[in-house]
Unconditional design. Structure first.
Lengths: 287, 263
């Protein structure tokens, strides 16, 4: 698969020339492949949020490059707005950005900025509302009358409506109850499979990323620690723990069982896989 | 971009300026401002600049940080200077149509620029080296006598410290919302005046909502901790003047008196 986004030796330093100077991202390189659902994971302060704001040109690299389809996004600084339509970024707690009188109008803010009107606009608003899991009857309501979870869906729909080639979501499930979280992520997965678009899911929850991502990039202290399929990454569970990250519960159990001398595959990461691995072990032992 | 606005920002440190009693620093700034407004000659302005430079060196605040504080008021400075330049009567130096530049006007404009710039940077030095809490603590203490007149001194001080405390938070919030709207293709930088004003709606509405939400949450949190105003409230850190405070105060007082008497 070809790369849609490449990050090359990216460094970003905040507050240059003040006593608060600090590098949030240091010499980081990674790539996002076209059509994949990439999980981006790291502890608090690992540079996740800083990194993703470079992907759509909200932040300018202190050094290094960000390539979209092989072209440096800062090659023509005047056209940076086009990059923002191509790489849709949903911030953490995006519900705080809502401002319009109705949900419909709020979702149409992005596509309108892109220059869409009439039927094309209407189609996008309705379609993205569906992708985000919003009912039709919510469209006429004030976004401020909705519940927290619904508001978040409106905000996500507002970005999907721009039909970006890459959708980047920063902790979309943060602050939602477990069911709301799962529903939301299922909607994102459905969007990903139906559209075949690239999705970057930023999270600090291993369980979440393990369940949804095709590939995982692990960030630690502002640079890339490792990347690979969930299986490859969780096979290096002890390294993850050392980097201050959690491994999924299933992986942790497998790791502990191995420590106690049982021959369990340590790269399992879902409950179902762990079950199969344990059953296989029992069969093997009975033989 | 917005993070460049340093209004009311505190740079932590351990220099002499940081360790001074906040009351000393407030009074010193008051003396300094009085002195600025009584300056007439060039040597007096020179003395003011020198005082500022020395104070900045002592507080280890870089010139860059100080000058950056001037950026937001650049327009006001320019505006005042231009008004003074053209509308001060006196001996004409240069004339073009209705525009009339006088010798007095040039002097006035230059001194206005110097005054505003010194005023702002001098005050910034105070906020750079004094945390908002210390600052309001000092102010509350200095305004203490007004309590006799039933002025709500504590409440005012509390309001001020909350306001100061929330400036950076609101700036950060503005930055965040701005980024979020930019990510949706909002354009804050181009277009005419009307278009730009309209572009601010997606920024201001969420900002107001979040400011109200924060205020509400803060009020609840304060009530939960049984806050009930200044009545009978004691302090953890009681302010005490040290020798260094008397020395600094004496210096600034001398500066103000000296400028008034001699210039």
């Amino acid at each position: 698969m070809e790369d849609i986004i490449q990050v090359e030796n990216l460094t970003h330093t905040y507050g240059i020339g003040t006593p608060f100077e600090r590098s949030a991202v240091k010499n980081m390189s990674l790539s996002v492949r076209r059509g994949e659902l990439l999980g981006l994971i790291g502890h608090t302060g690992s540079g996740k949020s800083t990194l993703i704001q470079h992907l759509n040109g909200l932040l300018k690299p202190t050094s290094g490059r960000v390539l979209l389809d092989g072209r440096d996004i800062w090659a023509e600084p005047k056209k940076i707005r086009d990059v923002r339509f191509r790489v849709g970024l949903v911030f953490q707690y995006p519900e705080y950005q809502l401002f319009e009188e109705t949900v419909y109008k709020d979702i149409s803010f992005g596509p309108k900025n892109k220059g869409l009107t009439g039927d094309a606009l209407d189609r996008r608003v309705r379609e993205s509302a569906r992708f985000a899991g919003l009912d039709e009857d919510k469209l006429g309501k004030s976004p401020f009358a909705l519940s927290g979870g619904q508001k978040r869906r409106v905000a996500i729909a507002g970005v999907i409506a721009m039909e970006p080639e890459v959708l980047v979501l920063d902790e979309p499930g943060a602050g939602l109850d477990p069911r709301g979280r799962e529903e939301l992520l299922e909607h994102i997965r459905a969007y990903h499979t139906e559209r075949g678009n690239t999705v970057v899911l930023v999270s600090h929850s291993m369980e979440e990323v393990a369940r949804y991502a095709d590939r995982i990039v692990v960030l630690s202290h502002g640079s890339t620690l490792m990347s690979g399929t969930p299986r490859e990454v969780f096979a290096r569970g002890s390294e993850l723990t050392r980097a201050g990250l959690d491994v999924p519960q299933a992986t942790r159990i497998a790791m502990e069982l191995r420590k106690r001398g049982m021959d369990v595959d340590p790269a399992v990461y879902t409950v179902e896989e762990l079950r199969d691995a344990l059953l296989a072990m029992r069969k093997g032992g009975a033989r | 971009m917005l993070k460049d606005i340093t209004l009311g920002q505190y740079f932590p440190g351990t220099t002499l300026a940081h360790r001074l009693d906040p009351r000393t620093k407030i009074l010193a700034v008051v003396c300094y401002i009085v002195a600025i407004f009584n300056c007439h000659s060039a040597w007096a302005y020179g003395l003011m600049v020198l005082t500022l430079v020395v104070s900045a060196r002592v507080s280890k605040v870089s010139a860059k940080a100080l000058l950056r504080g001037l950026k937001p008021v650049l327009f006001i400075i320019a505006f005042t200077a231009v008004l003074n330049l053209f509308y001060t009567p006196g001996t004409t130096l240069w004339r073009w149509g209705v525009l009339n530049v006088t010798h007095e006007g040039v002097v006035m404009a230059a001194s206005m620029i110097a005054r505003i710039a010194l005023l702002i940077t001098g005050t910034f030095l105070l906020t750079y080296t004094t945390s908002p809490i210390q600052l309001t603590d000092g102010l509350e203490n200095l305004m203490g006598p007004l309590k006799r007149l039933h002025a709500p001194v504590h409440e005012l001080a509390m309001m001020m410290s909350i306001a100061l405390r929330f400036i950076p938070t609101l700036i950060e919030e503005t930055d965040k919302i701005m980024s979020a709207q930019k990510a949706r293709g909002a354009d804050f930088e181009s277009g005419g005046l009307v278009q730009r004003a309209k572009a601010l709606i997606p920024l201001l509405v969420p900002l107001f909502i979040s400011a109200f939400r924060r205020a509400d949450e803060l009020a609840t949190a304060m009530e939960c901790r049984c806050y009930h105003g200044g009545e009978g409230r004691t302090k953890l850190h009681v302010l005490h003047y040290q020798t260094r405070d008397y020395a600094v105060l004496a210096f600034y007082l001398a500066l103000a008196v000296g400028v008034i008497v001699l210039d």
